[in-house]
Ligand binder design. Structure first.
Ligand SMILES: [Fe+2]
Length: 329
């Protein structure tokens, strides 16, 4: 923001980082302009403090009025989302690309404790080591990309035609058994400690079940079992949508083993993809007591585009397209 322009006390200018566009705003008086500028500055400072402060471990406690945080509210709310949009001189282009920041709000006896920590994904570690963005994200292509060998391998071996994705899991927190994972919509998930928010380690869905992509929005039944859906695009026969279950298994014997609940994943069923080269993108699905409800939408993933995205120098986001010919259910 620039708080004066053209020597006019009623005007100021706003722009977005990385954009050429400038917006000049004019208030009806100089005092109103000052109020606007102060309010916007406060908002921008708050946002900036949040993003920069997020680079380190944060731990704060706030006691609210009893009417605000009732004493019966106990437990921890875990959230996830993008928290860092620039590393060194490099910047991300898309909201879906920022480095994953895990938040927790722990409610105890009318008090809330906030914590946040960056997910220490392989992507995060590589970016921090290089002090710049070195891994391609949904809307930010890094070219030439040091991980191009992964892409090359993917193109060489048909089984891995779909490229290896970033493990910057910034969408949601999912639970499998007693294990908590940061998740996005790719084959990697990163386990976290729900108390300290430390990253425990990376897991590849493909080590447990045949799929390339899985949603970040599973469902849970009354027994604590987790149900999720994914897509098996390449290397697993004809493309299909996969429904899978991870049993909760809270037995004492299972507790002692300390092994990931995912190892007990079960295939519930699969749905063939209607058009083999363009499976639907889906963000979530519904589950009732007796049914899974899945909508095969006309917003599709173009597998050919995906497999050649890197060599063509386009982002993964551009491999999605709306098929206006395919709108009948
Ligand atoms: Fe979502």
């Amino acid at each position: 923001m620039q708080d004066s322009v053209d020597g006019d006390p009623c005007k100021f200018v706003l722009w977005s980082r990385g954009s050429e566009e400038r917006f000049t705003l004019q208030a009806s008086s100089a005092s109103i302009k000052m109020t606007w500028v102060e309010t916007i500055s406060t908002l921008l400072d708050a946002q900036n403090n949040f993003l920069s402060g997020a680079a380190t471990w944060r731990d704060g406690k706030r006691k609210g009025p009893q009417s605000c945080i009732p004493s019966w509210l106990q437990g921890t709310l875990l959230r996830n989302g993008p928290g860092l949009f620039s590393i060194g001189d490099s910047e991300y282009n898309h909201w879906f690309d920022g480095m994953a920041l895990i938040h927790s709000f722990t409610f105890t006896n009318g008090e809330v404790t906030y914590r946040s920590k960056f997910l220490k994904s392989e992507t995060f570690k590589r970016n921090m080591k290089a002090e710049r963005i070195v891994v391609t994200e949904f809307g930010t292509l890094v070219y030439p990309d040091p991980c191009s060998s992964i892409w090359s391998r993917s193109l060489t071996h048909l089984r891995n035609l779909v490229p290896d994705f970033t493990d910057n899991n910034l969408v949601n927190i999912v639970r499998y058994g007693r294990d908590y994972y940061a998740s996005s919509e790719v084959n990697y998930i990163n386990q976290i400690d729900p108390v300290t928010l430390e990253t425990v380690g990376r897991t590849n869905y493909r080590d447990h079940i045949s799929l390339n992509l899985a949603t970040a929005h599973p469902h849970y039944d009354d027994e604590g079992n987790t149900y999720n859906m994914g897509t098996a695009i390449m290397g697993f026969g004809r493309p299909k949508y996969i429904i899978f279950k991870v049993p909760a298994d809270t037995s004492d014997e299972e507790k002692k083993k300390k092994k990931p609940a995912l190892r007990k994943v079960q295939l519930v069923g699969s749905i063939p993809v209607r058009s083999v080269l363009s499976p639907s993108y889906f963000h979530s699905f519904a589950m009732t007591q007796n049914y899974f409800v899945f909508v095969e939408q006309p917003f599709k993933l173009d597998i050919f585009k995906l497999a050649t995205a890197y060599v063509r120098g386009v982002t993964l986001g551009s491999c999605l397209r709306y098929d206006k010919e395919d709108t009948c259910v």
